[in-house]
Design a protein around this ligand. Structure first.
Ligand code: HDD
Length: 748
């Protein structure tokens, strides 16, 4: 990340401090401009040519810009107003008059500014970008967007599932990963998650699982959490939910950033090529930055000190030009009668196909390169729908997917207030639209013609059904087995434990510890003993050692398994540990004392910047650091916290600053040693515990030993030369954490 973002130092509630005396930076009172100025320029997604008005007059104003045309303040119907700060009264001290239309319009519109939040996935963040096809999918799909170097604009919305719109980003939860491809052949929505399996197998159960996960209906708590009775009541009663639940309890439930999440289409889809031949596929998004998560301690601290972390991180990275990228890939399977692969039912959304059995074949690259200009108009009003398919991509009979094909169209009617939400700028297809849908609430199109029906003779039979040369969407003629009508599920959907055990056995020791801790925490928050007992039984059916460790944490007896463990082979691809990734955009805190060596500091800041990472200088107080003022503090001892750094460097001594108070370090459990600022003590203790790389240089750096950090511990780098220390720390960061530093009990 080369450029510091304009918002990056607001994170800890701190304005970017510029040195005093910089021309143009003097504090002058902000005066209200007195002359009108030209209208705001069109925003990128509003820049369509000015159309004629329905009356035939060329107003020169784009209706999309209608709210921001001309230089003067107007009412919603365009009458200029000279005053908007005082309501119309009968005398200076008299009552406000009902005839004050401007007042009533302004207040009434404000009263209706909010729309219902999404019933699930209410909290989210979005970004624009582009998808470039590699041309590798041509043999299996006729979709134009997969063509070599074909560029398709996209809009992506990431989200948590359970929390409300204002909830914290680092809830332990599944993340939504929904992508709208504005292809030349119509819009394709791939509405996926960051986990490849789902809680339920049949869409009719969706309201049940969501009612169980959302806050309790009596007190409406807890917000954005799964650590409560109703969630675990559901999960323990529905053993099909155990696979998704273990993903949530793993580090995948608390991602470091949207940029370090994988994405999955979850269901098996069908691709169809130009010869009409079909294959079954599972979609995967692979982040270029690798898969990376935070620790539960970090998540809890972050939800207090920076609840918008994921939203901010995505916007900052794009603003700084560090565009996040994901490769789209497919696992390809034969479209045979059984629709199974190596015994795995491809229609069961609680199952994965290990990548070792069916490798993910890359078909294109997505780059997110533009932040929305208006959150409400774009991120809030975007409406995804798994029905939005294009030629060459079709659905299967997965009963969860089939139900979704109803739900998404339906939900927008109440969320976006009628059937014309597709006309909102963010939802408009980029392909020409010529439908015969008419009228309805909030109709913005002015249709012409008299015959919106087919066939017709009055409008020349327009619009024409597309023949094969015009490449229409084809409903794949999938065979339908002769059967009976019944409310039943296939026998193959009944194995609820073997893949959960496979996931468990695929984890490294550290990841297993985290999972056991997560179950212990969540069940420890449940009040009903019977719910804990039932979930412990499920854990025993996954793995007896896991069950024993969680049971001990809860102070309960561990039951034995009631199912016979099937032989499963671990899938190393499921683990996040043991790989190396690019460090672009990672944040390094540089803790300095009141009098740092400026030359060294400047060189370190530049080296980190040049490596595409973000240096954040943490000083005793805000403003310029050192006499020359070339480096400015991004954080102070008061505003910095361990969770925002991927590694920390200590440049010299860090004695207690004048505003340090005893007690600030209470969380670290011990008073700070003399000569060390208690907040730096706390910071270093947390960073060490969180297994992040730590570096210090120079003969004067006594801070590490004062903080009680063993200099020979893994991932603690000291040395004479700052440059060498920075280089070693950067190398360590490729593995995301110093995994060896985590204590491992050896019991799992
Ligand atoms: Fe869903 C939103 C993903 C099952 C019903 N879902 C929604 C979003 C994502 C997913 C990412 C947010 C889209 C956005 O950002 O606007 N949902 C999934 C995945 C599922 C899944 C990966 C299973 C594999 N969903 C699912 C079922 C149903 C729904 C079975 C109903 C039968 N989902 C909805 C919804 C939402 C939604 C109520 C709320 C807001 C919206 O659709 O537009 O219709």
């Amino acid at each position: 990340m080369r450029k510091r973002t304009k918002h990056s130092s607001e994170q800890a509630g701190e304005p970017t401090a510029m040195p005093p005396g910089v021309p143009g930076n003097e504090a002058v009172p902000v005066a209200e401009p007195t002359e009108p100025r030209p209208p705001l320029p069109p925003k990128p997604d509003q820049g369509t040519p000015a159309p004629m008005s329905p009356t035939g007059q060329d107003t020169g104003i784009d209706p999309a810009l209608n709210a921001q045309g001309g230089e003067y303040l107007t009412t919603a119907h365009g009458a200029r107003r000279s005053e908007t700060d005082r309501s119309l009264k009968a005398g200076t001290r008299g009552p406000v008059l009902l005839q004050d239309h401007h007042f009533r319009e302004k207040i009434s519109h404000f009263d209706h500014e909010r729309i219902p939040e999404r019933v699930v996935h209410a909290r989210g963040a979005g970004a624009h970008g582009v998808f470039r096809g590699y041309g590798t999918a041509g043999r299996i799909s006729s979709a134009a967007l997969f063509g070599k170097d074909v560029e398709t604009p996209v809009f992506v919305r990431f989200s948590t599932v359970l929390g409300s719109r204002g909830s914290a980003d680092l809830a332990r939860d599944t993340r939504g990963f929904a992508t709208k491809f504005y292809t030349s052949e119509g819009t394709w929505d791939l509405v996926g998650n960051n986990m490849p399996v789902f809680f339920i197998q049949d869409a009719i159960k969706f309201p049940d699982v969501i009612h169980a996960g959302k806050p309790h209906p009596d007190r409406e708590i807890p917000q954005a959490q799964s650590a409560h009775d109703t969630f675990w009541d559901f999960v323990s009663l529905h053993t099909e939910a155990q696979h998704h639940a273990i993903w949530n309890m793993s580090d995948r439930g608390i991602p470091r950033s949207f940029r370090t999440m994988e994405g999955f289409g979850v269901h098996t889809f069908r691709l169809v090529n130009d010869e009409g031949r079909s294959v079954l596929v599972k979609f995967h998004w692979k982040p270029k930055l690798g898969v990376h998560s935070v620790l539960w301690e970090e998540a809890q601290i972050t939800n207090g000190m920076d609840p918008d972390i994921h939203r901010r991180d995505l916007a900052d990275a794009i603003e700084a030009g560090a565009y996040p990228e994901w490769e789209l890939g497919v696992q390809v399977f034969e479209d045979n009668e059984e629709q199974t692969f190596e015994g795995i039912d491809l229609l069961d959304p609680t199952k994965i196909v290990p990548e070792e059995l069916a490798p993910v074949e890359p078909v294109g690259l997505m780059t997110l390169n533009r932040n929305p200009s208006n959150f409400f108009a774009e991120t809030e009003q975007v409406a995804f729908n798994p029905n939005n398919l294009v030629r060459g991509i079709d659905v299967t009979n997965d009963p969860l997917l089939q139900g979704r094909l109803f739900s998404y169209l339906d939900t927008q009617l109440s969320r976006l207030g009628g059937p014309n939400w597709i006309q909102l700028p963010i939802n408009r297809p980029h392909a020409p639209v010529n439908d015969m849908l008419r009228d309805g609430m909030h109709q913005t199109a002015v249709h012409s013609g008299v015959a919106p029906y087919h066939p017709n003779s009055l409008d020349g039979n327009n619009p024409f059904p597309a023949g094969e040369p015009a490449r229409p969407f084809i409903d794949f003629p999938a065979p339908v087995a002769a059967s009976v009508k019944e409310r039943a599920r296939p026998v193959s959907f009944e194995d609820h434990f073997s893949q959960v055990r496979m996931f468990w056995l695929s984890m490294s020791d550290v990841e297993k510890e985290h999972i056991a801790q997560a179950y212990t925490f969540e069940l420890g928050k449940c009040f009903e003993q019977s719910i804990r007992e039932r979930q412990l039984q499920c854990l025993a059916n996954i793995d007896e050692k896991l069950c024993a460790v969680v049971a001990e944490g809860l102070g309960m007896p561990a039951p034995g398994p009631t199912v016979k463990h099937s032989e499963v082979r671990p899938s190393p691809a499921l683990s996040q540990v043991g790989k190396e990734w690019p460090t672009d955009g990672r944040q390094i805190g540089i803790v300095v004392g009141p009098d740092p060596d400026e030359k060294d500091l400047l060189a370190v800041v530049t080296a980190i910047d040049d490596a595409g990472m973000v240096p954040l200088v943490v000083a005793p107080s805000g403003g310029p650091v050192g006499a020359s003022g070339k480096v400015v503090a991004h954080r102070t001892y008061l505003t910095a916290r361990s969770v925002e750094f991927d590694a920390v460097l200590v440049a010299g001594d860090t004695p207690a600053a004048p505003d340090a108070r005893p007690g600030l370090d209470a969380k670290a459990g011990a008073p700070a040693p003399a000569g060390l600022d208690p907040r730096v003590h706390l910071l270093l203790g947390e960073v060490f515990r969180q297994a992040k790389a730590i570096g210090a240089w120079g003969p004067r750096s006594r801070s590490l030993s004062a903080a009680g950090l063993p200099e020979d511990a893994p991932g603690v780098v000291t040395g004479k030369s700052a440059a060498a220390v920075v280089e070693q720390v950067a190398t360590l960061m490729k593995s995301h954490r110093v995994w060896e530093r985590f204590p491992v009990s050896g019991r799992l």
